[in-house]
Design a protein around this ligand. Structure first.
Ligand code: PEP
Length: 249
């Protein structure tokens, strides 16, 4: 059994002051549980605040929402995997739909970012998902499998076996619409099959999360869908009480 993963993507919300208040509120209400993994993805500018505020709460993992492909250099405005690691991150989101569709990130860049994460001992969570037009034209499986293949293309089998995947239909992110549990299951099954083709039985260890308008009301049904190993949550992860309810799903 894979342990369910609950990942909070704060997007561009919660600067250091709000991040500190969130951690105080969340840790006061959430005790460590060994039957689930909770991860927080603050904006980079709040990363060290979150790490310090968590103190000894090592049950709560912290990650960054993005990294650059190179480890150092003249890349104004970017943060690298070694820097994120040094600041206390253990995870990184790669290829989130907002990176792909707002900032024009390509499959090739997502692959390099996964490789940068892996060589610096950060766990990548590779995000894949189709646009509404792609779903309506029946291209969902083709799109997510292309994104998966490309994202994994620079990783060896060990690195793949220790990462995570998030299926996030683009039309469901921040829209209030979710995939049905059975639609999510169908995509997760395709992703699992593709992972097994690459790394065999080791693929069983790879959590595949669902994301897209998850909230306290729908978290339980989405999490109980076959093949859904966790939830990646944006808007509904910003407030400690709601986030506790989701982590209890
Ligand atoms: C996300 O940012 O990954 C996400 C799924 O956002 P939301 O939960 O707001 O749809």
């Amino acid at each position: 059994m894979r342990r369910p993963v609950f990942a909070a993507n704060w997007k561009m919300n919660h600067g250091p002051t709000a991040a500190r208040a969130f951690v105080a509120g969340f840790t006061a209400r959430w005790s460590p549980r060994d039957d689930r993994t909770v991860l927080l993805f603050p904006p980079a500018i709040s990363l060290t605040t979150v790490v310090h505020a968590l103190g000894s709460r090592e049950d709560i993992g912290v990650g960054v929402q993005n990294i650059w492909t190179d480890d150092t250099g003249a890349f104004t405005g970017e943060s690298s995997a070694p820097m994120a690691k040094d600041a206390g991150a253990r995870f990184v989101l790669v290829g989130h739909s907002e990176r792909r569709h707002v900032f024009g990130e390509t499959d090739a860049e997502a692959a390099k970012k996964c490789a940068a994460a892996a060589r610096n001992d950060l766990t990548p969570i590779l995000c894949v998902g189709e646009l509404l037009a792609e779903r309506e034209s029946g291209a969902t499986f083709d799109v997510v499998l292309r994104q998966l293949d490309a994202g994994l293309s620079l990783l060896d089998a060990d690195a793949i076996a220790s990462m995570a995947i998030a299926y996030e239909p683009v039309w469901a992110i921040g829209s209030g619409k979710t995939a049905t549990p059975s639609d999510a299951s169908a995509v997760h099954a395709q992703l699992r099959h593709a992972l097994e083709k690459r790394v065999g039985a080791a693929a069983r260890a790879i959590p595949i999360l669902y994301g897209g308008s998850v909230n306290a009301g729908n978290a339980t049904s989405l999490l109980s869908a076959s093949g859904v190993d966790g939830l990646l949550v944006g808007g509904a992860s910003l407030e400690p009480d709601t986030w506790v309810s989701i982590c209890e799903a």
